[in-house]
Design a protein around this ligand. Structure first.
Ligand code: PHE
Length: 448
């Protein structure tokens, strides 16, 4: 196994790693899921708990996951096995790598379908699409939901774009794609926020997101917020581990993680402010659910001067965000196929494409023709989201915290993290106690 790992690539520099990791983190989670969850989970209460979870659970875990990846220096399965072996841990820990890789592919199968909707709306925006009434906005969204063929077509396009990048390799594919798209994403986001400021109702958006009302904190809100912190930081799914394995030994894991968390969260909050300020400006409801950015926003755009151009920019922004995240969902499995099975990268990548494509077709059908096939009351689309964000991600996160906190030798952890004194103890203690406890509490509450 080691053999093929020796000649592995590394990112060009620390900033490249920070950029690709922000690329993985900022995605549909921040721009599609965050606003509609904030809208439907009581606004500011959700935002506050989300921010707390990012700091107290997300950041320590992000550091731990990068640490395993870099220490093991291989795909998630190899990294888990090697770091476990080094510390005399059981080979069962390899399962965490497996769960991550499989979970990532399951996420990708519905992620690609949703990203396909975005491509559909981008094309609409490019051809001057306008909706005059809420009714028209809803029926155009529903027409897409009722059309499995069209949805599958966009899913195919998006998945091909994603896998095409991964097939090109770590530096010449993934790194370059992020170097082009991420600055574009930041630029568009700043433009949109400024526009939201000028043309939208920023103060209503601000109050909605940041006026904290204790009464709105319910167990469900906590659960949703913690789960979302995992999702938006790409935790527990092998993506961060895989990216971390290409990080050179000199870069500081803690500094890079701080950058990733700060920038990722800022992007999410800005996107939320921009989206809500437009929503409120038009007296629209922020609680529209999964269709929020596809129904509410086109309506707002259609009624604003300059809306046509900004709707193109907006959907381009979401596409970039989704694309760079999807890339990180493919990489763990492709890395495993190339390193552990000696399969050529391009073959591995297109093989993965096929598997995810087929599952994605099922997802497209589960929203219409197969809507009645349900397990525990959930169709395939919702079931995959529930299984991955509510079950697999927290469980993998729990396992990673226990592994780095209790199984890995402390000396190995210290050597890899290059952090001393109080800062190290603070992180280490939080990872060993608070993180597992918090995840376990939230998780068992969810299953009650
Ligand atoms: N963080 C991504 C988003 O917010 C989703 C993701 C989850 C990516 C897990 C990789 C791994 O959209």
């Amino acid at each position: 196994m080691r053999q093929s790992i020796i000649s592995r690539s590394t990112w060009s520099n620390r900033w490249a790693f920070i950029l690709v990791t922000i690329g993985s983190s900022v995605g549909l989670g921040n721009i599609w899921k965050f606003p509609y969850m904030t809208g439907s989970q009581g606004g500011s209460a959700f935002v506050l708990i989300y921010l707390l979870s990012i700091l107290l659970i997300g950041l320590p875990l992000l550091i731990a996951e990068i640490l395993i990846g870099r220490r093991g220096g291989g795909n998630p399965v190899a990294a888990m096995l090697d770091t476990a072996e080094e510390s005399g841990g059981s080979a069962w820990w390899g399962l965490v790598g497996w769960a991550g890789m499989i979970g990532a592919l399951l996420i990708l199968s519905y992620y690609s379908v949703v990203a396909g909707w975005i491509v559909d709306y981008l094309c609409k925006a490019l051809t001057g699409f306008r909706v005059e009434t809420a009714e028209a906005a809803r029926s155009s969204f529903e027409a897409l939901m009722d059309n499995p063929l069209r949805m599958s077509l966009w899913h195919t396009v998006f998945l091909t774009m994603t896998v095409g990048v991964v097939a090109r390799g770590v530096v010449s594919g993934i790194e370059i794609a992020n170097k082009i798209m991420m600055p574009g994403l930041f630029l568009i986001l700043v433009l949109l926020t400024l526009w939201g400021w000028k043309a939208g109702d920023m103060s209503a958006a601000w109050h909605f997101m940041f006026d904290f009302r204790v009464g709105e904190v319910t167990p469900d809100v906590i659960l949703a917020a913690v789960g979302h912190a995992f999702f938006s930081l790409s935790l527990g799914m092998g993506a961060i581990m895989a990216y971390g394995s290409y990080l050179d030994k000199k870069s500081s894991i803690v500094h890079t993680s701080l950058w990733v968390v700060a920038a990722g969260t800022l992007v999410g909050l800005l996107a939320g402010l921009a989206i809500f300020s437009l929503t409120f400006r038009h007296g629209l409801e922020p609680t529209a659910g999964a269709g929020l950015i596809l129904q509410t926003l086109p309506l707002a755009f259609s009624h604003m001067p300059g809306g046509g151009v900004f709707s193109i920019l907006f959907f381009l922004l979401v596409l970039f965000a989704a694309w760079t995240s999807a890339i990180s969902l493919v990489e763990p499995f492709v890395a495993w196929l190339t390193e552990n099975q000696d399969i050529r990268r391009s073959v591995a990548a297109w093989g993965t494409w096929l598997a995810v494509w087929i599952l994605g077709l099922g997802v497209c059908l589960s929203l219409n023709r197969w809507a009645d096939y349900r397990l525990f009351g959930l169709n395939l689309f919702d079931g995959l989201d529930f299984l991955t964000s509510r079950i697999m991600m927290p469980l993998s996160g729990l396992a990673i915290a226990i592994f780095v906190g209790w199984v890995m030798r402390r000396a190995a952890v210290e050597e890899e993290i290059q952090l001393r004194g109080k800062a190290f103890s603070a992180w280490y203690h939080v990872l060993r106690t608070l993180v597992p406890l918090a995840i376990a509490l939230v998780f068992f509450h969810a299953l009650r």
